[in-house]
Design a protein around this ligand. Structure first.
Ligand code: 6R9
Length: 663
């Protein structure tokens, strides 16, 4: 194998380089797991040149196996058949719960911070084991067997975590659908994953508002004849419609069962979960993660990126409906046996101090959130950041690039220069952080995700030639050269799509879909997606999916959706729509189209602006030129380039007119 390129580390004298603050090290309960950047470089080198040795050791150190593995890794990126820890057997819920409950059943596992600040509670590891077991029995009783898929449509309550672990305890596969998705989206995901059981609540409660989760499930299931049971947790006590023989109350079911059920030993490569994510085509992909490799990625990044130590209280503000919640609300902290905060509310309720009050109240040690929330809180003003957070050591950022001024606000105002900022780059498909600083170790530059995690060998590729660009100070698209344990194994039911999206684009590499630069010191700077994916408030959306939703409206002939820069949400969705018939009431129609997207996908995907135009800019072969629309929205009409290849170049002026009129 080729000599590993160990990233060069920034010199101390550079103005824009921040080192782990001394005050963070002073308040550390012991010391960071990794002693120095040199130690990181040494371990990194081992992880790339001797991955089997490195990951074999990590897997035995961080996870408990009921049967040890013999083969660390097999398969290749070309073949798309990567497998880790073959012959090994383990159970996710045993690793997250039992092994800690046996040691200290009274240790707090879950800190539930309810929407109303006064309503929370805590669950110990002992209680979690009992709850998970009872729920696992209830699911078994409903006919769920090893290998079956169970859908979760739940708000951020402890029962969501219990559901994850109960499902994995009996060897079933969880498929979580974010509780902000519409009935149509839920239906599609339930059908695609073949889920037989759905777990939900009567209602959800978020930011003082009620969400009719059960009603949405009822709507979705009208077209899901294969769902036999719905398990409903009573969150608010609202009166909800009931389908006898299909719907069961959580509290009534679980109380029938014993407080222990043995965990099912699973093969390392057995699927642990599916999580649907958006790509460049209209149909969401069911990204599949397997047991051993995924759990190892979660545990290893929890330990080294966030520097989690025994006794820590970890607070990730992500929702369990997205990958960030899967890996960093549930798996990483529980695998490492610390307390995880499950927060039901929003950063703005009852006011903008909520996050920091939670950090103070529960003596949070690591806090992790998306820049979109930080932008909102920065704008609300520093007066809201009054809470005392003396235990806080690590502040994480995830989901989108963080602007330097937001980074600095996080560091100075929230962290009081006593915390290490970790800007963690990763994806649903990577399972866990892949380019990221290690807390207490890696020097950081605001806006850069810094250096690769263990086992990740980044490559910058020239998108035109498809060749890797070596050396520093280079720009291109980001790919990885080597397989890593927590990488997605397939797209459920569509392995060819998996190959074509990630592994066949550049042979021998995993393609991320992001543009990136590597600076003169080997630090990585993520530039954003190069495909038709937009990132709104850290939510990953497909423009094609939104277009498909718009076209469902009877009045729409054609639609084109683009992402535009937005101060608050990072990017915002803008839609251009050409009508079948010009005689429509434009204002009413705009509202209907926004509703259409809310209904087809969910409120978070709703376009911020809808432009009704006579036609879309298309090439003679009919391909929509979204690039031109982006330029017009950015006010760069003078940089449209050659428009003579359009089938009707005159539409451009008309679109410019419509956009300008609306401003
Ligand atoms: C974890 C998550 C993945 C996409 C990814 C990239 C963007 C994530 C980032 C970041 C810049 C970071 N992204 N982390 N961009 N800096 N630290 O968000 O997963 O929802 O699958 O989105 O998010 O564009 O490709 P997912």
């Amino acid at each position: 194998m080729a000599e590993a390129k160990v990233p060069v580390v920034a010199e101390a004298h550079e103005v824009d380089t921040f080192h782990p603050p001394q005050k963070m090290l002073d308040k550390h309960p012991s010391k960071p797991h990794i002693g120095s950047i040199e130690e990181y470089q040494q371990l990194y080198k081992e992880s790339i040149t001797q991955p089997d040795q490195f990951w074999g050791r990590m897997a035995r150190e961080l996870l408990t196996w009921s049967t040890d593995f013999k083969t660390v890794h097999s398969g290749s990126l070309e073949g798309g058949d990567n497998a880790w820890f073959l012959e090994g057997q383990l159970n996710a819920s045993y690793n997250c719960v039992d092994r800690h409950a046996i040691k200290d059943p009274n240790k707090v596992a879950i800190i539930y911070e309810a929407d109303e600040p006064s309503d929370g509670r805590t669950l110990t590891y002992g209680e979690l084991l009992r709850e998970v077991s009872k729920t696992a029995w209830a699911l078994k009783q409903m006919g769920v067997r090893k290998g079956d898929t169970v859908a979760i449509y739940l708000p951020m309550i402890p029962e969501a975590v219990i559901a994850f672990l109960a499902i994995s305890r009996i060897g079933a596969i969880h498929s979580v659908v974010f509780a902000g998705f519409s009935a149509d989206s839920l239906r599609d995901r339930v059908i695609d994953a073949n889920s037989k059981v759905v777990i939900t609540t009567d209602e959800g409660k978020r930011g003082g508002k009620l969400i009719g989760t059960k009603k949405i499930v009822d709507d979705a299931l009208k077209q899901c004849p294969d769902v036999s049971h719905v398990l409903v947790y009573k969150r608010t006590g609202a009166d909800v419609p009931w389908t006898a023989g299909r719907d069961y109350w959580w509290h009534e079911e679980v109380e029938k069962w014993p407080s222990y059920i043995a965990p099912e030993p699973m093969n390392s490569e057995d699927p642990l979960f599916l999580l649907y994510t958006s790509g460049s085509t209209g149909k969401p992909k069911g990204v599949m993660h397997t047991t051993g490799g995924y759990l190892l990625g979660a545990a290893a990044t929890g330990k080294y990126v966030f520097d989690i130590h025994d006794g820590d209280r970890y607070f990730c503000g992500g929702d369990v409906g997205w990958i960030t919640g899967h890996t960093y609300v549930v798996y990483a902290p529980l695998l490492l046996g610390v307390s995880t905060v499950v927060f039901e509310g929003t950063p703005a309720y009852p006011n903008f101090a909520r996050y920091w009050e939670i950090c103070e109240k529960h003596e949070v040690t690591q806090f992790y959130v998306a820049p979109t929330a930080l932008r909102l809180l920065k704008r609300a003003g520093d007066d809201f950041v009054k809470a005392k957070m003396p235990k806080l050591r690590v502040l994480g950022s995830v989901g989108e690039p963080i602007a330097a001024e937001v980074w600095k606000w996080y560091f100075e105002v929230v962290g009081r220069e006593e915390c290490h900022i970790v800007d963690t780059y990763w994806q649903t498909e990577t399972g866990s952080n892949v380019i990221t600083p290690l807390a207490g170790v890696t020097p950081t530059k605001p806006g850069s995700a810094s250096l690769p995690f263990f086992g990740i060998e980044p490559a910058i590729i020239d998108p035109v030639s498809g060749d890797e660009i070596h050396g520093n100070d280079v720009e291109g698209v980001l790919a990885f050269k080597q397989a890593w344990p927590s990488m997605a194994r397939t797209v459920y039911g569509a392995h060819k799509r998996y190959m074509d999206t990630y592994l066949n684009v550049y042979k021998g590499y995993y393609f991320t879909g992001d543009g990136a630069g590597r600076d003169h010191e080997g630090f990585y700077w993520i530039r954003g997606r190069v495909d038709d994916v937009v990132n709104v408030s850290g939510h990953r959306l497909s423009t094609a999916e939104i277009e498909a939703a718009l076209i469902e409206h009877h009045a729409v002939g054609e639609a084109a959706v683009v992402g535009v820069t937005d101060e608050l949400t990072g990017q915002a969705v803008n839609a251009f729509v050409a009508l079948k018939d010009a005689n429509e009431n434009i204002d009413a129609l705009r509202k209907e189209l926004i509703l259409q997207v809310r209904k087809s996908i969910g409120p978070f995907a709703a376009p911020k602006a809808v432009f009704i135009v006579p036609d879309l800019p298309k090439t003679r072969s009919g391909k929509i030129m979204r690039r031109i629309l982006r330029k017009i929205l950015a006010g760069e009409e003078d940089q449209l380039g050659d428009t003579s290849t359009l089938s009707d170049p005159s539409v451009v002026q008309k679109i410019i007119g419509t956009v300008q009129e609306s401003r």
